[in-house]
Design a protein around this ligand. Sequence first.
Ligand code: NCC
Length: 275
Amino acid sequence: RAKLSGPKLLCRLKAEVDVSTVTSDLQPFSSLPWASQLPSKQLTSDLGPFRSCAVVSSAGSLRSSGLGKEIDAHDAVRFNRAPTSGFENDVGSKTTIRLVNSQVMASDAHRFLSSSLYSSGTLVAWDPAPFSADLTQWYNRTDYPIFTQYQRYRMLHPLQPFYILQPRFEWQLWQQIQDNMAEPIQKNPPSSGLLGTVMMMSLCEVVHVYEFLPSRRRTELCHYYQRFYDAACTLGAYHPLLYEKNLVKRMNQGPDRDIYTHGRVTLPGFNRLNC
Ligand code: NCC
């Protein structure tokens, strides 16, 4: 299997991966009593297009980066319980979209329903669904109780836009990682970081990703917001993170130097690609 060049890889992603979200008219949701809590339209038709976007990984190497100002010049996506308060100098303060996994939504420790951390911008949630499961199978067997938590959140915060990614998107992206690697990769969905990056490529003209590919500040510190050390946070265990990073490295259109100094990768939005 031939290794695709960066531009070919970008075109393949654009053609094969569809950032689809759950809408109220889809089976099995349309026949459920709470269907009206779901958005009636796709995330990609409600939001954007944004001119330039920042994908802010939660990596420990963001600490002392001083990237806050630069990040705040873009529309930004953040992940899970990554805070901005107290870390503005390094990660900025603007949150346009927050992408949360279903574990965060379900765990008591993360106070998903009550913490103000989740209340700015648009929320997008995802759950590691079984490989190629249809929506009904997934609905009956989610990894974490994403739908009960979604309904509760919507009751408490009815005005905040809140979307749920379709598992189809996770697995289409997983397939692209697999198709472009020589070895078989683990059959777990990509990390929130890659899901968010591709989601932003569908919403923005240019996407800058910060500290997904580690800079010279590379550290075993897991998150910039927590004193916990584990190299697996950067290299992956459950998620095929190393392969995800390999893919992003190949698609990068910015200079290698940007990665080293700023942990910054530059990717084109799908709409800007001529393919
Ligand atoms: O850690 P997490 O990810 O919330 O980080 C968000 C994204 O940033 C990128 N990252 C993070 C740390 C690091 N040192 N290097 C990185 O590149 C990754 O792309 C990552 O996706 C997740 O993907 O949803 C994940 O969530 C956590 C956890 O569920 C939440 O933080 C809530 O506590 C997972 N950790 C565990 O389950 C213990 C993590 O595996 C993936």
